[in-house]
Write a protein that binds this ligand. Structure first.
Ligand code: ATP
Length: 255
C-alpha cells in the first residue's frame, strides 16, 4: 500500500506544529521519519491515521492507497484503519488491555474485522504468536505478566494479525533496552517484508532507523529538512540537523 503526504499542515491554538510536509511511502517500502522530541513526528502519524484530537486543524492532502483521508468522517476512517493499517506505539502497556490474556488481546482485531469461528480465530492467533516468537504457553497468560519486550511482541502480533498493507510504527522500541530493541526491529522488518507491506517507522534514533528502513525523512520543528537513503544520511550527513541526530546516535551506541 502506498501513502503520499502533500503539503501537510497541522495547527493547534494558532500555532503551526506541522509545516508544509511532503513525503511518500511507496508500496512495499520501509521509510523512516526521524526528528528530535517535539519536532512533530507523532502529529504526522496521527494525521495519517485520522487520530488527531479535536482542536487540531489539518490542511493539505494525505492519500492512502488512492483514498484522500484528510477530512474523512471518523467512522469511515476507522473502517480504513481496521482494514488496512497496523499501528504499533512506543509504550506497549498503553496499547494493551491489562485485563486481557495474550490470546484475548491478539484476537480482538479478528473479532472486529473478520467473521471467523472461535476455533479459526484461536488457530490464527497461535500462528501469529509463533511468528513473533511467543510459544503457545504464553497464549493464556495475562498481558501484565510479560516483560516489556514480550509485551511489544504481543502489540506487534495484534497490529499484524489482520495482515495490514501499511504499518505505522511510532517509536516502537524506545521503551526497551538496546539488545531487545534490535530483536524487535529485526522481527518487525522480517514480518513487514513477509507481508509485502509498507511501513512508516518513526524514531529519534538513527541507529534504530538504519536497521528498520531504506529511506528516511528528517523532521525539525515541524518541517522536513533532509531526506535520502538512510545509509547515506547516516554515513555522510550534509544538513546540520541530520548531523546532530547522527552524532547523538553514535554517542549512544558507544556507551
Ligand atoms: N495534545 C496536545 N496539545 C497541544 N500541543 C501538543 C499536543 N501534543 C503535542 N503537542 C505539541 O506538538 C508538537 C509536536 O509534538 P509531537 O508529539 O508530534 O512530537 P514528536 O516529534 O512526536 O515528539 P516525541 O519524540 O517526544 O514523541 C510539540 O511542540 C508538542 O508540544
Amino acid at each position: 500500500m502506498s501513502v503520499t503526504i502533500e503539503n501537510l499542515t497541522v495547527d493547534y491554538g494558532g500555532r503551526r506544529i506541522v509545516d508544509d510536509v511532503t513525503m511518500t511511502v511507496g508500496d512495499g517500502e520501509r521509510v523512516g521519519l526521524i526528528g528530535s522530541s517535539g519536532s512533530g513526528k507523532s502529529m504526522i502519524s496521527r494525521a495519517v491515521m485520522g487520530l488527531l484530537p479535536d482542536g487540531f486543524d489539518v490542511g493539505g492532502r494525505i492519500d492512502v492507497n488512492g483514498t484522500q483521508v484528510v477530512g474523512l468522517p471518523d467512522d469511515v476512517m476507522a473502517l480504513l484503519r481496521g482494514a488496512g493499517i497496523g499501528m504499533i506505539f512506543q509504550n506497549p502497556q498503553a496499547a494493551l488491555n491489562p485485563v486481557q490474556t495474550v490470546a484475548g488481546q491478539v484476537e480482538l482485531p479478528l473479532k472486529l474485522h473478520y467473521d471467523l469461528t472461535k476455533k479459526e480465530r484461536r488457530a490464527r492467533v497461535l500462528e501469529m504468536l509463533a511468528k513473533v516468537g511467543l510459544p503457545e504457553q504464553f497464549a493464556d497468560r495475562p498481558v501484565t505478566a510479560l516483560s516489556g519486550g514480550q509485551q511489544q511482541r504481543v502489540a506487534i502480533a495484534t497490529a499484524l494479525v489482520t495482515s495490514p498493507r501499511f504499518i505505522i510504527a511510532d517509536e516502537p522500541t524506545t521503551a526497551l533496552d538496546s539488545t531487545t530493541q534490535k530483536q524487535i526491529v529485526d522481527l518487525l522488518v522480517s514480518l513487514v517484508d513477509g507481508l509485502g507491506a509498507s511501513m512508516l517507522f518513526i524514531t529519534h534514533d538513527f541507529s534504530v532507523l538504519a536497521h528498520a528502513t531504506t529511506r528516511s525523512y528528517v523532521l525539525d520543528d515541524g518541517r522536513i529538512v533532509d531526506e535520502g537513503a538512510t545509509a547515506d544520511l547516516l554515513a555522510a550527513p550534509s544538513v546540520a540537523r541530520t548531523r546532530t541526530l547522527v552524532t547523538a546516535a553514535k554517542t549512544l551506541s558507544l556507551r
